[in-house]
Design a protein around this ligand. Structure first.
Ligand code: BGC
Length: 332
């Protein structure tokens, strides 16, 4: 062998080793950057749980996170909040897979659809406890569900709309997603509640992809295509806000009745201004807090209730004011 080819072999080998170590290092980084598994970090905690929502930067989910973090702090749990920045099923499922691979002690997530989530949850739960939160995959083997009774919450919305419109309205529904279990239940509960009311007609049902902008676009399109619509029902936290923006900007005051979901600051402000008439209020903080406590119990071999329904109620302008007064009183 010539000296030249020996040199080529040596350089080739070196190059191979260097690139191998780079790919191992970065491969490791990529798959674990969300999950700090250094033993030193973990040793300080009793457990390591992951909370995986459908959308990280969503004000509603930040409240769930807040509740989960409060319980995590109280009970020395390392809690990670991971998932898609903006709603994205593939990323959501991937985060569940990654958390499973990282061998966390518990996964708290939504059971968005039976088709995609149930088989995955069933696979994961063989190794790690899974609790569904906010949205149940009732047909899966998840160990427990904590959150709103979504059918009942839709039913409440329907009854509130009947009461507030004296049973006469042409309704358009804007729902977060057609395929998600909880959104379907919120629509179904509503439909069942108004079913026997002859004066209530559901004229259109559109999807917002849980985006405020998309909800506004859909609301705008509906008022153009169906001028007879005089009531809206938004079934996820940002839908009512998107509808309210359209009503505020393009419609006459009180031209449409609006009932939405949740009590985010923007929703409360629109209720105060009389743009949103009512909202179905959930308990996101309680869900997060309760889920972490349940997950600790499961890890300690204790039994937990398979279904824990958090509170749901209707809020109108009077209640917003009352809430403020109660809050002011608490501060003194
Ligand atoms: C729902 C959440 C959803 C959020 C979207 C809430 O009403 O309970 O599941 O992600 O709205 O903004």
């Amino acid at each position: 062998m010539s000296r030249l080819s020996i040199m080529a072999y040596i350089f080739g080998g070196l190059f191979f080793l260097i690139s191998l170590s780079f790919s191992i290092f970065y491969g490791y980084k990529v798959t674990t950057h969300d999950f700090p598994l250094e033993t030193e970090t973990l040793e300080k905690y009793n457990y390591h749980f992951v909370l995986i929502p459908e959308e990280l930067d969503n004000d509603y989910w930040r409240l769930v996170e807040k509740g989960a973090r409060a319980a995590a702090k109280e009970y020395d749990v390392l809690l990670e909040y991971a998932g898609p920045k903006q709603a994205n099923i593939e990323e959501h499922l991937k985060t569940i897979e990654m958390s499973t691979a990282a061998k966390v002690d518990g996964i708290i997530t939504q059971g968005l659809s039976d088709e995609q989530f149930t088989p995955l949850i069933n696979r994961v739960v063989e190794r790690i406890p899974v609790i569904t939160i906010d949205t149940d995959a009732a047909n899966s083997n998840r160990m427990a569900y904590i959150g709103t009774d979504n059918y009942y919450s839709g039913y409440l919305a329907g009854k509130a709309l009947i009461a507030d419109t004296n049973g006469i309205a042409n309704v358009a529904i804007i729902t977060g997603s057609f395929y998600a279990n909880h959104q379907q239940l919120r629509v179904k509960g509503f439909q069942d509640a108004v079913k026997l009311e002859k004066g209530i007609k559901i004229v259109a049902v559109e999807e917002s992809d849980i985006s405020r902008v998309r909800a506004a676009e859909k609301a705008y399109q509906i008022v153009k295509e169906h001028p007879e619509v005089n009531a809206f029902y938004g079934t996820s936290a940002l839908d009512g806000i998107g509808i309210a923006q359209v009503s505020d900007k393009y419609l006459k005051p009180n031209q449409v009745y609006i009932i939405g979901f949740d009590a985010l600051p923007e929703t409360l402000e629109y209720i105060r201004q009389g743009v949103i008439d009512a909202s179905v209020v959930q308990e996101p903080f309680e869900m997060g807090y309760g889920a972490v406590k349940m997950m600790i119990d499961l890890n300690e071999g204790k039994s937990v209730m398979p279904i824990v329904h958090t509170n749901t109620r209707i809020m109108r302008a009077g209640d917003v004011l009352k809430n403020q007064l109660d809050y002011a009183e608490e501060q003194h």
